[in-house]
Design a protein around this ligand. Structure first.
Ligand code: 0RA
Length: 686
């Protein structure tokens, strides 16, 4: 995405104070906007805001600004205010117009005014300058408070309407840029509030002491105001990321140091979970693929903890070191570096490549983390204890794994007694229904087509696999039964070619417990039979929510909308059907009069209803699979001709992972909330 030529140009323009010759007009920006802001889609549109905000953040990092305020206005306008020094307004030596006009109409003019302090933020596509925003706005107004006056200038598509001139007096300093993205350039003009909020919150975390205010003042939008201020910066970020976890030690490690022309900032804290969160940023831009800063951090983390543990004689001479894996379990860390000339590599150009940064982070983080451990023995003890726990589990699991995963150990074992297998031995046509509870399992066994449908009832909640090691997991009979029934081993020994059924169907009740069990099963498959999920072998059965009967006609509804539709089709008057309080199962409605049990208003007296016995609609709500008899279960949920199934595909693995982590983490509250809010949907979006 990042253009080489552009980068060269940008580097020259931004960092060489002498190179006044690179001053260039804005035509290239309007001709090839993608080269400057990445794209003209919604992402590019939002880049305009980031660009102006970045200028304010640069002012804050140089010690001149404390506040940035972003206001979404009507008519596609956005206003960005900062209380920095204000863009200079004096006449520029080279361009002979005001510095303000130069900054806004020449590419990369910003660099030449820099006072040498601070870092020019140019991560990825950023740092291209406010002139790019001006070029891509059908209207832009700059207001500068500086040297006792307010200066103002307006532009259309990058062209000044008049000269910059004072319009009043002011004792303050600062810049207000108000702009309207150009409809001729952007395919999308609607700003997304959530996107803006997330980004600005993250920027506030990354720039300690800055206040960022965000307000929505658009018509047809609910008025909203947010204010972000994090005294602790990335330390507060770590605290926030750990808010749903049990923490292992109170004090968050934090360091912020400069070295040569760079700055290294690291914060970390361990929680009692098993996952690692390590977010790496270069010049306030996240690097999802990591890079040299993350590599330096990891090296130093492992080395420091091992040195400390050995110095304290917690690891004896002959004992093994902690591994990288051991010291990363339960770790939450932010690594943020600032540097003048970032280089990016990798698939999406988002991996930091500067070799010197690895050394800087290793040294600064290593030294200061060592000091932290020595000065905070109680924190150190808790951290080392957590790492030892991980190491022990790793060693125990390795031993157990070795025997469990021994080739063939789980294959060819006697099939579990609870499994009602199908008679076919062809995996292509065979299906395994994993059914919640023995009673529903019984119905499914009777209702199935035994030629190709196998039933495995699962009792109770299966083990929470997120937190369990393979050896413990396989000590759980329900899971062991499932692994043996599938016949294809587990984890890295899993062999898709040995799978005994090509369709594995999770069938649970449409209630909260059912949703929980479904989530547990999805987690199990996602983590331990991932290839199976990838291959599209996993399904979720969709039992109906209602049965609607009229005379001998029986219909099933799989959603509330569908229920209403069917009632209409069968001639029931939806409006007149009384909704029974939750918990009652039956609804009946008269067809014809469309009324039942409701007092008829006197003037609405209907003679027809009196003389003719109406056909009644009978509506039954299913709460659990157990309420259906085998025949009904077959008709509605298992018969390939008529059933509805949702194929599970992990499109967005990251999102699924997050959902699982949130649902399976150590804290109960968010999990409960999630299940309560999503259980009704009938299936989990993963
Ligand atoms: C050039 C030079 C100086 C500040 C800025 C530009 C500047 C640009 C923007 C854009 C939005 N807010 C801004 N604030 C400042 C340095 C001014 C000086 O040396 O006094």
């Amino acid at each position: 995405m990042v253009n080489k030529k552009l980068e060269k140009k940008r580097a020259a323009g931004a960092y060489d104070a002498e190179s006044i010759t690179v001053l260039e007009g804005l035509e290239p920006v309007r001709k090839r906007p993608g080269m400057y802001i990445g794209s003209t889609s919604a992402t590019g549109l939002h880049h305009l805001i980031w660009e102006v905000v970045d200028n304010g953040i640069d002012e804050a990092m140089a010690g001149h600004a404390t506040l940035i305020r972003v206001t979404m206005l009507d008519n596609g306008l956005v206003e960005v205010y900062d209380n920095g020094r204000g863009i200079p307004v004096g006449i520029h030596k080279v361009t002979k117009v005001s510095a303000l006009e130069t900054v806004l109409t020449k590419l990369h003019a910003g660099g030449k005014f820099g006072d040498g302090g601070g870092y020019k933020v140019s991560g990825g596509l950023h740092g291209v300058g406010v002139s790019v925003v001006n070029a891509l706005s059908e209207y832009l107004k700059a207001e500068v408070h500086r040297e006792g006056k307010v200066w103002m200038q307006e532009y259309e598509r990058g062209k000044p309407l008049k000269k910059a001139k004072p319009i009043g007096n002011s004792k303050k300093t600062g810049t207000i840029i108000t702009f309207k993205p150009d409809a001729q350039i952007f395919e999308e003009l609607e700003f997304n509030w959530g996107t803006i909020l997330d980004r600005l919150r993250q920027q506030a975390y990354l720039t300690k002491g800055i206040t960022i205010e965000v307000a929505d003042r658009r018509k047809n939008h609910r008025p909203k105001n947010y204010k972000f201020y994090f005294e602790g910066g990335i330390k507060a970020y770590v605290k926030s990321l750990n808010r749903n976890n049990q923490i292992k030690h109170e004090t968050i490690f934090y360091v912020d140091k400069e070295i040569n022309d760079s700055r290294v900032e690291v914060a970390l804290q361990y929680n009692d979970g098993f996952n690692e969160i390590a977010l790496a940023f270069a010049n306030n831009i996240i690097n999802p693929e990591g890079g040299t800063h993350l590599a330096g951090f990891r090296t130093a983390l492992t080395r420091t903890l091992n040195s400390y543990a050995r110095a304290q004689n917690l690891i004896k001479e002959k004992e093994e070191n902690l591994t990288g894996e051991d010291v990363r379990e339960g770790l939450t860390a932010i690594i943020s570096v600032k540097l003048t000339n970032p280089q990016f590599e990798g698939q999406t150009k988002s991996k930091l490549g500067n070799a010197e940064i690895k050394t800087y982070v290793e040294q600064i983080f290593g030294d200061n983390f060592t000091a932290f451990l020595n000065e905070n023995p109680r924190q150190a003890e808790a951290i080392i204890a957590k790492c030892f726990l991980s190491a022990q589990a790793r060693i125990a699991a390795r031993t157990a794994r070795a025997s469990i995963l021994r080739k063939g150990a789980l294959e060819g074992m006697t099939l579990p007694g609870k499994l009602a297998d199908c008679s076919s031995r062809k995996p292509e046509e065979s299906e395994l229904y994993i059914v919640e509870g023995d009673s529903a399992g019984g119905s499914a066994k009777q209702g199935r087509d035994r030629k190709f449908q196998a039933i495995l009832p699962l009792r109770g909640k299966i083990l929470n696999v997120e937190r369990a090691r393979l050896d413990k997991m396989l000590a759980n009979n329900e899971i062991k039964n499932l692994v043996i029934a599938l016949g294809a081993n587990i984890d890295d020994q899993f062999d898709l070619g040995k799978l005994r059924y090509h369709r594995i169907i999770i069938m649970t009740d449409a209630d909260v417990d059912g949703a929980h069990i479904r989530t547990l099963l999805l987690t199990l498959f996602y983590r331990h039979f991932n290839a199976l999920v990838q291959n599209g072998n996993l399904y979720i059965a969709q039992p109906p929510l209602y049965q609607i009967k009229k005379g001998t006609t029986v219909k099933y509804a799989y959603s509330d909308d569908e229920k209403e539709k069917i009632i209409k089709e069968l001639g029931g008057d939806v409006g007149a059907i009384r909704e029974l309080p939750a918990g009652e199962e039956e609804e009946t409605a008269d067809v014809g009069s469309g009324r039942r049990d409701l007092p008829l208003p006197e003037d609405a007296e209907s003679p027809g209803a009196k003389t003719k016995a109406p056909t009644r609609l009978n509506i039954q709500r299913y709460k659990g699979l157990g309420e259906m008899n085998p025949q009904q279960l077959w008709e509605t949920t298992m018969n390939p001709e008529t059933r509805i199934m949702k194929q599970v595909n992990v499109d967005d693995a990251a999102l699924a992972n997050e959902t699982f982590e949130m649902l399976m983490g150590s804290d109960v509250a968010p999990r409960k909330h999630f299940i309560q809010t999503h259980a009704k949907k009938g299936n989990l979006d993963i």
